[in-house]
Ligand binder design. Sequence first.
Ligand SMILES: C[S@@+](CC[C@H](N)C(=O)[O-])C[C@H]1O[C@@H](n2cnc3c(N)ncnc32)[C@H](O)[C@@H]1O
Length: 206
Amino acid sequence: MGVRYERRIFNPLMDWALSTPAVAALRVQVLRACPDDALEVGPGTGLNVPHYPPQARRLRVLAREDRLDERLLARAAQRGLEVQHVRADAARIPLPDASVDALVCTFVLCSVESPRACLSEFARVLRPGGRLHLLEHVRSPRRIEHAMQRVLTPLQRVVACGCELDRDLRTDVESSGFDARDLRCTKSAALPFPASELLAGVATRR
Ligand SMILES: C[S@@+](CC[C@H](N)C(=O)[O-])C[C@H]1O[C@@H](n2cnc3c(N)ncnc32)[C@H](O)[C@@H]1O
């Protein structure tokens, strides 16, 4: 499905589905202690914006679109956050090595073409000790649920702009140069199955 489907149907749907109080609470946890001037990858409609720590004044967002979503801009204006748009794909970030203190990535790695390519790019631009604030739905460790995720993924990919339900993102994070000790993987009531297994927290660039 094309860019118009994403803008007119998928984005409003995601804005509704991912803005519940339960998901907002997870966003608050993941963004706690996020430094000013973080780089948020794939910000969509800006649902993270209200949850950055109060001292944050500036946010860089990496998005492929020419124009940022109006809901993101409205949320940033309301929050008093200055937004800078870096127009790029998450797998090719036009920033120097070790130039970023913190990256934010929520519900994005499920739908990129190659999570490993993106994560190694994140590792490249983050300084050693830099933080990757992550919230993603992932593969279930329960066999029957995993089998159901595999069956549903081809349909999900079509209706949800490339989203895959059964990605083992924790392994991808660990093998891309991050310390993932502070990432928690749990079955959450915040999202319904088949997207209820969530990986959340902060991974640190080694
Ligand atoms: C499900 S939405 C999540 C939006 C937002 N991060 C949130 O938590 O509500 C997925 C977002 O990832 C973006 N995205 C997908 N693949 C991307 C890529 N390769 N590079 C940059 N952004 C990407 C999409 O444009 C979309 O905004």
